[in-house]
Design a protein around this ligand. Structure first.
Ligand code: ATP
Length: 306
């Protein structure tokens, strides 16, 4: 069961704003007139506007939205790869937003590992060297590095591939290395920015299953960005839908599907609702039994709502 006490919040974002500006200017986000000005200006982009959310320990929290809605900016602000304009970020009781720069490396090392869409593997290093690279930077002994990297590679199903180079691996396998590289750091939180977007649909599905399996085993808190509703529904315990820098709806995927808050969300979910309605009538979609489609209990919600 998921508890909602303060202590169970692994990651909390409070009223976060990010305004990209060409010039270095002070921005008071409370000043509505200024924000309206900036929205019109060609010299600024208000990418995230007043986002608040909390991911609970051990849950997969998905951020979904169309391209340009602010997902990547938000997830990068969490580890301050991008500096927020204002707002607070709390990770396991620590305020990240006010950490001095010198303490950021230590914070990232202990708390959060990130997996990107483009795996970012070092082409001239072997798979095992890629996986243990972060540990090496931390000065961990070679013996421990090897042991931990072997465990991580085994977890993602790449035992036996230690001494190959990234160029010998398929896209799916490279992303497994990306995940192993994050797991080996042994952080309680994983940030994943469209990690499976570049993969073929079948491989993507396989990777989603793999991550769900790993999640059950390791119980990490995962903050997962995607623009794909199917993926959001498969992966997410809860999800937030972003539009133009704000969260327009947040909740369990089944609830959102059943009761979209506005037209934007409704457009996202309409195909899925149709699929589920067809499944209820015993249909198959894309050759797949609809039993495979996640969101148990959704039809109950839908029929109650419609
Ligand atoms: N470095 C930057 N400088 C200026 N504007 C930026 C910068 N990075 C992103 N933006 C703008 O901020 C807005 C949000 O972009 P962001 O990449 O966070 O959205 P996204 O939902 O992740 O989109 P995508 O899925 O395409 O990556 C967009 O209008 C984008 O053009």
């Amino acid at each position: 069961m998921i508890h909602t006490t303060k202590a169970s919040k692994a990651l909390e974002i409070k009223d976060l704003w990010k305004v990209y500006t060409k010039k270095d200017i002070d921005i008071d986000v409370e000043n509505g007139d200024l924000i309206t000005e900036l929205d019109k200006s060609e010299d600024a982009v208000v990418a995230v506007r007043g986002v608040s959310l909390a991911a609970r320990q051990g849950e997969v929290f998905v951020i979904m939205g169309l391209s340009g809605s602010g997902k990547s900016t938000l997830i990068r602000c969490v580890i301050r790869l991008i500096e927020p304009t204002s707002g607070e970020i709390w990770v396991n009781g620590q305020e990240v937003s006010s950490l001095p720069k010198k303490d950021l490396t230590e914070f990232r090392r202990k708390q959060i590992a990130m997996v990107f869409q483009h795996y970012g593997l070092l082409p001239h290093k072997t798979i095992i060297d890629n996986v243990e690279f972060g540990l090496k930077l931390q000065g961990i002994s070679e013996k421990e590095r090897r042991e931990r990297s072997n465990v991580a590679l085994e977890r993602v199903g790449l035992k036996g591939w230690e001494n190959y180079y990234p160029s010998s691996l398929s896209g799916g396998m490279r992303q497994r290395v990306g995940i192993a590289r994050a797991l080996v750091m042994d952080t309680p939180i994983l940030l994943m920015d469209e990690p499976f977007s570049g993969l073929d649909p079948l491989i993507r599905r396989e990777m989603q299953d793999e991550l769900i399996r790993l999640q059950k085993e390791l119980k990490k808190t995962i903050f997962f960005v995607t623009h794909d509703l199917d993926e959001a529904m498969r992966m997410g315990d809860r999800m937030a839908v972003m539009k133009n820098g704000t969260i327009v709806q947040m909740g369990a995927p089944a609830q959102i599907l059943a009761n979209p808050a506005d037209e934007y969300v409704a457009r996202f979910v309409q195909d899925k609702r149709r699929q589920i309605q067809m499944a209820d009538e015993g249909a198959f979609v894309n050759g797949e039994s609809m039993d495979e489609i996640p969101g148990e209990g959704v039809m109950d919600h839908i029929s109650r709502e419609s």
